[in-house]
Design a protein around this ligand. Structure first.
Ligand code: ATP
Ligand code: MG
Length: 659
């Protein structure tokens, strides 16, 4: 990690955002969570979590809420037993809600399927029986390499039902990425599809599995869902069609109760910063916090809401806010298979209108893409059903937040900016939509029952107005239980920086504003050092995005002989701006704009107009690759990029402006 070499150890916090949006009286009066929840949690934290856990069905009640004696390895709800799939499926059928739609599934080519909780129970049971017939039992690992199909959800829940762990690998990853993840987890079975739809085209998927499993000794079976009907190579001994393995399987299955600490899944982090880590999550604590945050942050009313989280299930957001949180709460939700521009740029809004979506949760990158496409697109649809919007994955630039509220939320809906990580398992920092006056660009404060601090390099909490490092200073129910097979790396990565204090180091920079609200400033590795000032990439990017010509920006610090680092910005222009916007005069004006917004110290040395930015599959900008470009180096490892051709586009299409 880069350390500051100037004396100025604090992040320079320069940006000033003073707009606030209190919830309407109407929203506040019906909200699940009020401000009292903070007091209740503060009064007795463990009792608070016990109360949240009590909303699940436990076969055997726990006898200890938290065992932290072997820190940093936590145990929550010690001695308790439950079945996660029972909680997400059967429980709702038993309560008389079997006819409620669990999933409105919408395929990219326009096919669709509604799945009730009763049907979900039958599908998950058949899948669990099928996996058991292939030799999967408690403790085994199953790799899931599927597009956004109902079968992906059935497979995850079937694993949970059997006490087996799933390891979902994003369908956009290469065979090499898949192979290393299968081998690290030693998966027995791989579940995939013949192909997947991407932007209107059928793309092969099984072919990647064929390539990957050439060198995965642990894999006994590959189960293949038929989706696109494309030709696939076949190994009779190893490959089985999904329909064939499920055929004749009973649609009932008796769930076994497992220990609260039974491993539930391994998920490899996206690798924005380095070699992927197999993050391990377990059952009781994870499900408790997934359900609690989903109920309170999204104000979920299971009888009337239609929830839509646009993440891919290959990302932790898809695990917690498509599968486990919503289903544990008995929600009705939309799952959409495709990209937002297939077959047209209004697809998301068409889906919102079709199903009457009330809660919509997406990433800043998607919002900025919508900005780039233009506000006239959502304006063509009826979005009046929406009552709450959410954001996750990166700091949201204030301008993007305002655009989102105005053009999608009709200037009416609260927005929850939710900070969390694969490692935290569930949301940690977020407004409560009925209680918080929201601020564009700030995730604000830890949720009731959770704790986070902004501290200096030596671990002292910084005062209001100060910047530093984000830490989580108390264990939480859905915290990771380790890195699969590598306890040392777990200790080293997260717990060594503040070992004496016992803080979890999140790797993100943050600041407090004058009210004590938290602003996330990007990864610590991305913080720039210009003439001894530590400047956050996020703040400079937000200043750029606040210019009317700019849709999206990525900023890096490139080594500079005089200043240590110079700021280099990569900018995507908004749709509809004329050619002059990329001309020299306009770029000069853009640099001046940043200087006016933040201060001369933050003025970019150079601005490059680019058609795309390199992003991971979860939509995060890979600044290390842009740093390579800015420093004229050969571009590094691109295997976790969502689209690896982007780097060629950038190097080819550069138009630069500097003085
Ligand atoms: P890797 O750890 O392998 O580099 P990753 O960090 O991109 O991958 P995730 O766990 O999906 O993988 O992302 C978590 C990170 O995303 C956080 O540490 C933070 O940097 C960023 N993030 C998520 N939500 C927010 C948010 N609301 N505001 C600011 N940053 C966010
Ligand atoms: Mg991370």
């Amino acid at each position: 990690m880069s350390q500051p070499d100037g004396q100025n150890n604090e992040l320079s916090n320069l940006l000033n955002e003073s707009r606030t949006f209190p919830p309407s009286a109407e929203f506040a009066s019906q909200a699940n969570a009020t401000a009292e929840l903070y007091d209740q949690a503060d009064a007795d934290r463990e009792a608070f979590w016990a109360e949240q856990a009590d909303q699940l069905h436990w076969e055997t009640k726990w006898d200890q809420v938290l065992d932290w004696s072997d820190a940093p390895f936590a145990k929550w709800f010690v001695g308790g037993k439950l079945n996660v799939a029972y909680n997400c499926v059967d429980r709702h059928v038993d309560a008389g809600n079997g006819d409620r739609v669990a999933i409105h599934w919408e395929g990219e080519p326009g096919d669709s399927r509604d799945i009730t909780y009763a049907e979900l129970q039958r599908e998950v049971s058949r899948t669990a029986n099928a996996l058991a017939s292939l030799g999967v039992s408690a403790g085994d690992r199953v790799a899931i390499y599927l597009p956004m199909l109902p079968e992906a959800v059935f497979s995850m829940l079937a694993c949970a039902r059997l006490g087996a762990m799933h390891s979902v690998v994003f369908g956009g990853f290469s065979s090499e990425a898949l192979r290393s993840r299968i081998n690290d987890a030693e998966a027995k079975v791989v579940i995939t599809a013949d192909g997947q739809y991407r932007r209107g085209k059928a793309m092969p998927l099984k072919a990647n599995v064929d390539e990957a499993v050439k060198e995965t000794p642990s894999v006994d079976h590959v189960v293949v869902v038929k989706r696109t009907g494309s030709e696939v190579a076949w190994d009779d001994a190893r490959d089985k069609w999904w329909d064939d393995v499920l055929d004749g399987q009973p649609d009932t299955h008796t769930p076994e109760a497992f220990d609260s600490e039974q491993p539930l899944f391994i998920l490899y982090t996206s690798g924005t910063t380095g070699r992927p880590k197999g993050i391990l999550h377990t059952s009781g604590g994870y499900l408790t916090q997934a359900a609690y945050t989903h109920r309170n942050v999204f104000d979920l009313k299971p009888e009337s809401d239609v929830f839509w989280c646009t993440a891919d299930i290959g990302w932790v957001t898809g695990h917690t806010y498509i599968v486990y949180g919503p289903l544990a709460n008995g929600a009705t939700q939309v799952i959409y298979e495709g990209t937002p521009n297939s077959p047209h740029e209004g697809r998301h809004w068409e889906v919102v209108q079709k199903y009457g979506v009330t809660i919509y949760y997406t990433a800043p990158t998607t919002i900025r893409t919508f900005m780039k496409w233009g506000a006239e697109i959502p304006a063509k649809y009826d979005l009046s059903s929406l009552r709450l919007l959410g954001s996750v994955g990166e700091p949201i630039n204030p301008e993007a937040w305002i655009w989102y509220r105005k053009n999608i939320g009709g200037d009416r809906t609260p927005i929850v900016d939710t900070w969390w990580q694969t490692e935290t398992g569930a949301i940690m920092i977020s407004p409560l939509p009925g209680a918080t006056a929201t601020k564009p660009g700030s995730a604000q404060r830890p949720l009731p029952g959770l704790s986070a601090k902004v501290v200096s390099e030596t671990g002292e909490e910084v005062p209001n107005g100060g910047g530093g490092l984000l830490v989580l200073d108390k264990p939480w129910p859905s915290m990771l239980r380790g890195i699969w097979g590598d306890d040392d790396r777990y200790r080293e990565t997260y717990w060594s920086k503040f070992a004496d204090l016992g803080y979890y180091f999140a790797g993100d920079g943050a600041k407090y504003d004058d009210d004590g609200d938290i602003w996330l400033l990007g990864r610590v590795d991305d913080v720039m050092n210009v003439s001894g000032h530590r400047i956050s990439t996020t703040e400079v990017e937000s200043a750029l995005v606040s210019h009317p010509n700019v849709a999206e920006a990525a900023v890096v610090g490139a080594s500079d002989p005089t200043t240590g680092q110079g700021i280099v910005a990569f900018v995507i222009l908004r749709g509809g701006v004329d050619d002059a916007a990329s001309g020299e005069a306009a770029l000069k004006e853009l640099r001046e704009h940043v200087s006016r917004e933040i201060g001369p110290i933050a003025k970019p040395r150079q601005i490059m107009i680019v058609p795309e930015l390199p992003k991971t599959r979860s939509g995060k900008i890979m600044r290390r690759l842009l740093r390579d470009v800015a420093e004229n180096r050969e571009v590094g490892d691109v295997t976790t990029l969502a689209d690896s051709s982007v780097m060629n586009l950038i190097s080819k299409g550069l138009k630069t402006g500097s003085d």
